[in-house]
Design a protein around this ligand. Structure first.
Ligand SMILES: Cc1ncc(COP(=O)(O)O)c(C=O)c1O
Length: 381
């Protein structure tokens, strides 16, 4: 058999597949992978059926259906007061993971370096390596998981061509402040660094905190790809739909690759999302998720887990288990799944060097009864 070399350094399956697989195998309640366990808005289901009936069943235009790009531009104008040209700045993608990969691919050449912050979404490093570049991970500083800007300055070399950030942040739930964006602008000003701003959780933001988008910072926007996921905004992660917003020249570079990767994206889903967004009746995911976060934190008070900082955004909550065990986090998460029927994600999985701070991540985007059933099991620990 001819051996096929790997294009990245990650080995085995992603932790999300592993923990969801274990949850299924042991019949555990799955608070590991980030997906809702409740129905999507009925209007969105109806619109998907309508799309197939009306004949939206063939290839969409390469950049995406004009009606969807127009709906996104109008939505951003309303929510962020920014002007985005739907023709030259928005490309519809099959999910944000693809969107991020394609942005890296548009930026990076062999031998380049790309900075990322850890803990990090687990596709970033493989995506950088699959493009022949070197990943430069910088650890965020616990407990608040803030960026140490001196470390960023020290990590920049003439080879640094990309920097990816994620706010609101998976897995910590932290959110960048306005001053983080100013720091970033200062740090990259005299460099050739292009930014990828992973804003998939922009609609999931709590406690009256504001999500600052890179699109609101004209200087940074001119050197950025911003990536989004409909799956996170409309509870339909399985549709794998997203979009990328970038200045016209970057969008051109992006589409040069996109046209030969997927070429176009699921047409009926584009129709449904366009109509749903434009209807103004898309149900408010933010307040619903904030309610779930509050309920989960309240329930967790009856367990021996400690929640240090409530998530400010995303649908994840970190907790420590030091009162229960001193096992390494991955071992603990597997034990919890097998022996106590609740699946979570160990935070070491988000570090290239598997840094273990004895933290696990819970996904609270679940029905109240699911959260109650999980906590009933955790109370017995
Ligand atoms: C930080 C982050 N970026 C990107 C994605 C990918 O989104 P999608 O499901 O649209 O590919 C996720 C999904 O969990 C995520 O947590």
């Amino acid at each position: 058999m001819i051996q096929l070399p790997s294009k990245h350094s990650a080995t085995g399956n992603t932790i999300f597949a592993v923990m969801s697989g274990l949850a299924q195998q042991y019949g555990a309640i799955n608070l590991s992978q980030g997906f809702p366990d409740f129905q999507i808005d009925e209007q969105l289901s109806d619109l998907l059926a309508e799309a197939t009936r009306l004949g939206f069943n063939q290839y969409a235009p390469m950049p995406g259906l004009p009606m969807l790009r127009a709906a996104i531009a109008a939505d951003f104008k309303k929510r962020y007061q920014v002007d985005i040209d739907p023709d030259t700045e928005i490309t519809i993608t099959p999910g944000a993971t693809y969107g991020i990969y394609t942005a890296f691919s548009a930026i990076l050449q062999k031998g380049d370096e790309a900075i990322l912050f850890e803990p990090a979404y687990d596709s970033y490093i493989p995506n950088i390596e699959m493009n022949g570049a070197k990943a430069i991970p910088i650890a965020l500083t616990a407990p608040g998981f803030a960026v140490d800007w001196d470390k960023v300055k020290a990590a920049i070399t003439p080879k640094t061509k990309a920097l990816i950030l994620n706010t609101p942040h998976n897995p910590t739930g932290s959110v960048w402040s306005k001053s983080d964006w100013e720091e970033l602008a200062d740090v990259v000003r005299d460099t050739d660094i292009v930014i990828i701003s992973d804003e998939v959780y922009e609609q999931l933001i709590f406690d009256g905190v504001k999500h600052y988008s890179v699109l609101e910072h004209p200087e940074l926007r001119s050197r950025s790809f911003a990536t989004y996921s409909f799956g996170k905004a409309y509870n339909n992660t399985g549709w794998k739909m997203g979009y990328c917003i970038a200045p016209p020249a970057y969008t051109q570079a992006y589409r040069r690759l996109h046209q030969f990767l997927s070429f176009s994206v699921n047409t009926p889903a584009q129709y449904a999302l366009a109509k749903h967004i434009a209807s103004g009746k898309a149900s408010a995911v933010r307040s619903m998720m904030e309610g779930k976060r509050n309920y989960f934190i309240e329930l967790m008070k009856e367990t021996p887990f400690t929640i240090q900082t409530p998530a400010r955004g995303s649908y994840f909550q970190l907790a420590t288990y030091e009162a229960i065990s001193d096992m390494p986090d991955t071992e603990f998460a597997i034990w919890l799944t097998k022996e106590h029927g609740v699946a979570t994600i160990p935070v070491s999985a988000f570090y290239h060097n598997k840094k273990d701070d004895k933290l696990i991540r819970f996904c609270f985007a679940k029905k109240e009864e699911t959260l109650e059933q999980a906590v009933a099991k955790l109370k017995l620990l």
